[in-house]
Write a protein that binds this ligand. Structure first.
Ligand SMILES: CC1=C(CCC(=O)O)c2cc3nc(cc4[nH]c(cc5[nH]c(cc1n2)c(C)c5CCC(=O)O)c(CCC(=O)O)c4C)C(CCC(=O)O)=C3C
Ligand SMILES: [Fe+2]
Length: 375
């Protein structure tokens, strides 16, 4: 038996995710949950609904999270980390508020949150913190004592997140026909967001052109491209590109889009492209539809060989990284010295989002940050 790992003062981990429908009847209610008050054009919603219907109305994200829960529980058990793991979502069952109510009933008082988003941004960080504040307020309104909640730091540059993606890119390159492999370009993709949201992502000192969101993705892309060069001896040119644009057309979002990028690479004579969805922790609908369906159809039409590399999903190295992040944060909370683990040029992310980090368009209470109204 390995030595027990100390998670004190924490008594539970909460996997906090987006959620997705699990059948055709869920698609419209799910989209209503996602878009409440977010001003997304009706046309776009119809279109995205079709993406889900194409897959029987079932989002892949819930099964991905179930697999991650299994991987986490297995890793914790193997390493003597005695910490129960719960799961709650923003937009679909199990809903966050229900999970938090259950956790309170189980006597959990100090909760650590793992969000299924690795980078700084309003959608990937503060919005989850707002969801936590809403759920805590709901518990208070029911007369329950709200537990104390902290959120794990951004893990985009943790080796347990980067290394599985590097392996995925190597496998995707291997899978390309040999005659185009050495000339292949790498297209690292992530969710497009409004440029205004990108520019204000991360702490105030990171604001500016693209903000922490773009800088963090560039750091991961460079790390993977460098590791691929070291392993293969081939310098594959790369670029960070975007996918899954939403919102009104007159509002600027991060560009170029992956499909435009494939067209442009093809026109420039590039013989093949590996699409590496570094912005997604697992195979979300954006990966299955926007890359595996839409972008691959575009490549087919162009006659451009493409491969899509794997997301991290439930890789045991990622589960081990989560355990490492928990041990690190618990030690910090106990007032001990820690050496946070991080690759790349940016260093380990903050433990507590400072005031003004990833601001919302309309300010709302957010938990688990320096501006939290909760302890
Ligand atoms: C940065 C980012 C992530 C990555 C971080 C993270 O992983 O959290 C992410 C994840 C996800 N987004 C998802 C689904 C959707 N996102 C939408 C809309 C939007 N996303 C945005 C950003 C992000 N989204 C934004 C700025 C909008 C515009 C509206 C708004 O400002 O809020 C819409 C509405 C329709 C549309 O417009 O596309 C849907 C259906 C799913 C579930 C997928 C599945 O079922 O597998 C997941 C994991
Ligand atoms: Fe989204």
């Amino acid at each position: 038996m390995p030595d027990a790992l100390d998670a004190t003062p924490y008594d539970a981990l909460l996997l906090l995710s987006f959620g997705g429908p699990e059948g055709p009847d869920g698609v419209v209610p799910f989209l209503e949950n996602v878009t409440r008050g977010r001003g997304i054009p009706k046309e776009r919603l119809k279109e995205v609904g079709q993406h889900y219907f194409l897959f029987g109305g079932v989002s892949p994200i819930n099964d991905q999270n179930r697999a991650l829960l299994d991987a986490l529980r297995e890793d914790f058990a193997e390493h003597g980390l005695d910490l129960p793991v719960y799961w709650g979502n923003r937009n679909w069952a199990p809903y966050l508020t229900d999970t938090l109510r259950e956790m309170a009933a189980d006597g959990r008082r100090r909760i650590l949150v793992l969000a299924t988003s690795a980078y700084a941004s309003y959608s990937g960080c503060r919005q989850y913190r707002e969801n936590l504040a809403d759920a805590l307020a709901a518990l208070e309104a029911e007369g329950l004592e709200p537990p104390r909640i902290d959120k794990l730091r951004h893990y985009f540059n943790h080796p347990g997140f980067v290394e599985p993606m590097t392996d995925g890119v190597l496998r995707a390159l291997e899978d390309l026909p040999e005659d185009v492999r050495a000339g292949a370009h790498l297209a690292f993709t992530t969710h497009s967001i409004p440029t205004a949201a990108a520019d204000t992502s991360g702490p105030a000192e990171a604001h500016g052109e693209g903000g922490a969101y773009v800088r963090q993705h560039l750091d991961v892309a460079r790390l993977i491209a460098d590791a691929v060069r070291e392993r293969t001896g081939v310098d594959h040119p790369w670029r960070l590109v975007y996918q899954s644009r939403s919102g009104a057309p007159h509002i600027p979002w991060l560009e170029p889009d992956i499909c435009d990028h494939l067209e442009e690479r093809h026109a420039a004579g590039v013989p093949a492209v590996v699409m590496a969805p570094i912005g997604f922790v697992s195979d979300h609908m954006e990966v299955l539809y926007d890359l595996d369906t839409e972008a691959k159809a575009k490549a087919e039409e162009l006659g451009l060989p493409v491969r899509r590399s794997a997301t991290v999903g439930a890789d045991p190295r990622f589960a081990a990284a989560v355990r490492d992040l928990i041990a690190e944060r618990a030690a910090v909370e106990r007032g001990e010295e820690v050496t946070p683990c991080a690759l790349g040029a940016l260093g380990p992310s903050h433990h507590l989002c400072p005031v003004g980090c990833c601001p919302a368009r309309a300010p709302r209470p957010a938990a688990a940050g320096a501006d939290s109204p909760y302890a």
